[in-house]
Design a protein around this ligand. Structure first.
Ligand SMILES: Cc1cc2nc3c(=O)[nH]c(=O)nc-3n(C[C@H](O)[C@H](O)[C@H](O)COP(=O)(O)OP(=O)(O)OC[C@H]3O[C@@H](n4cnc5c(N)ncnc54)[C@H](O)[C@@H]3O)c2cc1C
Length: 213
């Protein structure tokens, strides 16, 4: 797994989520100082636990604590599921485009499609610098995701290089809903490539994981 931690949470009075939604985790220090961050759900709605993947960021206040300090059995303060826009109901054909930890909500969509017995409804195009920096890399590869590594060739032969128009070309004229998730820079790149392909902006939804202001 990429540099980070998988959290499998037992949530009391859990409300079933839709793929694409997230939880907010709030940490409270002994002096009362609090810090809250959002984390997308990776699990399918049918999973009895809520799975999150938290990428360990250098100097990251909350991600560092979650990745290095939290132990099995610890209690965390969480709120969710949150989000009504970046969600996939599993009915309409969809395409997920994710960069780095931006693949997490797409993994929930993938697992949902598989649980419904309709993996054909979802196509995935994902990107990272290398396999080591792509969460769920093996699961995504096994599901047939188109994977773009910018620093090393992907298994199966795609040459190393950033996400490009060729990676997204199969989406031309597609009637699918499109979900783009990743850093602000990744989302901007994907937006430009989709515009060049003539993909309708009305059917495209973005989730940006950025630095907290
Ligand atoms: C809707 C939503 C869903 C999200 N889902 C996930 C998820 O599934 N997994 C996940 O790991 N993160 C996810 N994030 C990002 C997450 O909320 C935090 O921003 C991230 O964990 C950093 O928090 P921190 O306290 O560790 O870092 P901070 O202490 O806030 O920042 C530490 C340093 O890292 C930089 N930084 C902050 N955030 C990022 C970032 N996302 N990428 C690169 N550099 C950054 C800051 O500029 C700073 O230099 C999501 C964000 C949103 C808005």
């Amino acid at each position: 797994m990429a540099d980070g931690v998988l959290l499998r949470l037992e949530v009391a009075d859990r409300v079933e989520h839709l793929p694409g939604q997230h939880y907010v985790i709030r940490l409270t220090a002994e002096d009362g100082y609090t810090a809250s961050r959002s984390y997308s759900i990776a699990s399918a709605p049918t999973d009895p636990l809520v799975e999150l993947f938290v990428q360990r960021l250098p100097e990251g206040e909350v991600s560092g604590f979650l990745a290095d300090e939290v132990r099995v059995g610890d209690e965390l303060e969480v709120r969710g599921p949150i989000g009504g826009w970046f969600v996939w109901d599993g009915l309409r054909p969809a395409v997920g485009i994710g960069g780095g930890s931006g693949v997490v909500p797409l993994v929930a969509m993938l697992r949902h499609a598989q649980a419904l017995g309709r993996p054909d409804l979802l196509r995935l195009v994902v990107a990272a610098r290398s396999k080591e920096l792509l969460p769920y890399a093996d699961e995504l590869a096994a599901a047939g995701a188109n994977i773009a590594f910018s620093r090393a060739a992907a298994a199966g032969g795609r040459p190393a290089g950033r996400l490009n128009a060729t990676d997204l070309a199969p989406l031309r004229n597609s009637a699918s809903a499109v979900f783009v998730c990743g850093s602000a820079g990744f989302a901007t790149t994907a937006e430009r490539l989709l515009a060049d392909l003539g993909v309708s902006t009305a059917s495209t939804r973005y989730e940006r994981f950025g630095p907290t202001g």
